[in-house]
Ligand binder design. Structure first.
Ligand SMILES: Cc1cc2nc3c(=O)[nH]c(=O)nc-3n(C[C@H](O)[C@H](O)[C@H](O)COP(=O)(O)O)c2cc1C
Length: 347
């Protein structure tokens, strides 16, 4: 079989619908600022991640026409369904930004109601919105009645242990026109500590009339299957554990991949990073992925340091080859053909 051949198609039946858009598959790469750029999203999508969420973009950056914000929203057609995620504390700015972004033809627009970072939640955006379910209701109502594309939201369980108001928030979101709800099973106060509460996620799913995506702490292929079954969610979002492991979206675990296949995936991802970010930034931004790809491969610490400080793409390739991780394997994926990025977005 030639490299980059399409060897396994998507599941025949849609798992759920994003309003009328069928979504094939039940594992989806979670939005991650600084991580889920076009290269990583498209690699994960080619392994079977069922749709693509961009990382969040500030509504005021969209309205100010900041090129970096628009750059984060670049996508390729083969990623569809594509969901643009935005955040802000202002109802007006969220609506204006969403109207503007709709012109760029995403399949849906998602409002971030989960970011716990102080600079976001502290000013009432991201998870800061969870403290005001009435405002959430107004935002969803205005966006869903003004936009043609579906609107969705990604939430946490509440502001803190004393304010776990997720059932109220989920209802405000659904009753005001959302087409989809994603839930990270922690409160804002937890940040990333403790464990995601999947019973709360299941509770939301049991009461919801719209698709619910569960999220938090899925580390393995089998765990994803278990969480899906136990929570009844329509799909799961997988974030941190997908780094270095896009196999988590496919039908075989990463441990089944040969060194050659791993090398091929690394090369493909690297190539996309260089295309998207340019050589200098691409190599730097790739290091956080590379470090995860090579985990557990028995690479001596000094060789690892050399590899992760290499600044030339060909140097990285040479070192990988000498470690037996050269690009030489076959990859079983939905579609691994490099895709054209949508042209520079109008600002
Ligand atoms: C580096 C990083 C960046 C993130 N950026 C976003 C973001 O832009 N939008 C969002 O909704 N969530 C963001 N998240 C949260 C993830 O989508 C997800 O909810 C969280 O990591 C829990 O899932 P996990 O345990 O599978 O990683 C981010 C998480 C990380 C680690």
């Amino acid at each position: 079989m030639p490299l980059n051949a399409v060897s396994s198609g998507p599941p025949a039946q849609p798992r759920f619908f994003l309003r009328q858009i069928p979504v094939f598959g039940d594992r989806i790469l979670a939005p991650m600022d600084g991580v889920s750029d076009w290269p990583f999203r498209s690699v994960c999508r080619s392994f079977g991640s069922a749709m693509s969420y961009t990382a969040f973009v500030a509504a005021h950056d969209v309205l100010a026409g900041r090129p970096l914000a628009y750059r984060a929203l670049h996508f390729s057609e083969d990623e569809r369904p594509v969901v643009f995620q935005i955040f802000d504390d202002s109802e007006e700015r969220l609506l204006e930004a969403a109207l503007r972004l709709q012109e760029l033809s995403p399949d849906a627009i998602d409002i971030n109601m989960g970011c716990s970072a102080r600079c976001v939640s502290g000013r009432g955006a991201g998870a800061g919105l969870l403290r005001d379910p009435l405002k959430i209701g107004r935002i969803m109502a205005r966006l869903s009645s003004s936009l043609e594309v579906p609107v969705s939201a990604k939430i946490r369980l509440g502001w803190d242990e004393a304010e776990r108001n997720y059932l109220l928030v989920a209802r405000a979101i659904e009753e005001n026109g959302a087409a989809l709800l994603a839930v990270h099973g922690r409160t804002r106060a937890q940040g990333y500590s403790g464990e995601a509460d999947w019973e709360a996620i299941a509770e939301i799913k049991a009461r919801a009339g719209i698709p619910v995506l569960g999220n938090g702490d899925i580390r393995t292929h089998d765990e994803a299957a278990r969480r899906l079954m136990e929570s009844g969610c329509d799909a799961v979002l997988i974030g941190r554990a997908a780094m270095g492991n896009p196999w988590i979206f496919g039908s075989r675990p990463r441990s089944a991949a040969s060194r050659g296949e791993l090398g091929q995936v690394i090369e493909d991802h690297l190539r996309r990073m260089l295309t998207y970010h340019g050589e200098t930034e691409g190599i730097l931004a790739f290091r956080k992925h590379l470090t995860r790809y090579i985990e557990g491969r028995g690479i001596p610490p000094e060789r690892r340091t050399l590899l992760l400080t290499e600044s030339e793409p060909d140097g990285v390739r040479r070192q990988l080859a000498s470690l037996g991780l050269g690009a030489s394997g076959e990859v079983e994926r939905r579609s691994a053909a490099p895709a054209e990025l949508r042209p520079a977005l109008a600002v």
